[in-house]
Design a protein around this ligand. Structure first.
Ligand code: 6GU
Length: 284
């Protein structure tokens, strides 16, 4: 099972790092195939312009729909179509991550069912979109092809995602956190790493994936880790971890995961499925 990835950006060189390290090895093994394209290759004017001033006024520049569409039509193998006026006025078709038929990306158990199985997904990084989570990474790791469109400047014309959604393409828009970046390139690298490390054969030790933070219905921060020596510069590792009693070790780690999550990320505790608590879990 392999995954094809296309990235469109005005800085395609940014993605040269993908030939290095773990990702480079995965490409060599044929697990993934990545192509970074320059959006300006789809321009026709001498200045290779990809942006224009915002309609309605305001600061900054907005990426033009024509250039993006020529590029994405090529990559997706689609012919240009004129959208019927009624459709183009429909407010629904502009909703983030909402398919035109009203189907949303959040299926109740998308961790396992993978709506994206083997299919093509078009992804736009967007600071004003829903947060990209481990659940999204898991779901998208089952896709056959991912096409990322990196916006720059103040963003891209809202009709681009809406147009492809109307054609029935699975279009997603994601933010990677509550802070502002200059463009989508960093966000795409973050999403790409979160997705591709889940591909079978990508990681040396697949077991290390199962126990991680944010996985399954048990989205807790991980307990702290220690290695040898048992005492270092006068600092001892917790006794229980040296006891050899696996039951006690598990209990200790679970309590620490709960208390640390409660302290650092109380929002994660609130979103926990109450079925994820066991009888011995401390009440907080
Ligand atoms: Cl996806 N893009 C940009 N430009 N800034 C962001 C972001 C994305 N996510 C958080 N900040």
């Amino acid at each position: 099972k392999d995954m094809k990835i296309d990235i469109v950006s005005v800085f395609p060189e940014y993605f040269e790092v993908l030939n290095l390290s773990l990702f480079g090895k995965a490409q060599a093994k044929g697990l993934v195939e990545v192509h970074a394209h320059n959006l300006r290759d789809w321009t026709h004017d001498v200045h290779h312009s990809v942006d224009d001033t915002p309609v309605g006024g305001g600061a900054g520049m907005v990426m033009k729909p024509e250039v993006w569409a020529e590029c994405l039509d090529d990559l997706l193998g689609l012919a240009p179509v004129e959208v019927a006026p009624m459709l183009s006025e429909s407010g629904d078709s502009f909703n983030c991550n909402d398919a035109y038929d009203g189907k949303t990306q959040e299926s109740p158990d998308s961790d396992t069912t993978a709506e994206a199985q083997g299919s093509t997904v078009l992804i736009f990084p967007n600071p004003s979109a829903p947060l990209f989570t481990q659940r999204d990474a898991t779901e998208l790791s089952h896709a056959g092809r991912l096409v990322f469109g990196c916006g720059r400047y103040e963003g891209y014309d809202a009709r681009i995602p809406a147009y492809y959604r109307n054609l029935g393409v699975d279009v997603r828009e994601y933010s990677i956190g509550d802070y502002v970046l200059n463009g989508g390139e960093v966000a795409v690298s973050v999403m790409l790493e979160a997705i591709t490390r889940l591909l079978p054969g990508f990681m040396g030790n697949p077991d290390s994936i199962v126990e991680e933070s944010y996985t399954g219905g048990n989205a807790l921060l991980e307990h702290r880790q220690y290695t040898k020596p048992a005492t270092w510069r006068g600092m001892a590792v917790p006794d229980i971890l040296l006891s050899g009693d696996h039951g006690k070790v598990d209990r200790f780690r679970r309590d620490e995961a709960l208390s640390r999550t409660d302290e650092i990320r109380p929002d994660l505790i609130e979103r926990l499925d109450c079925r994820a608590f066991d009888k011995a879990d401390r009440k907080t």
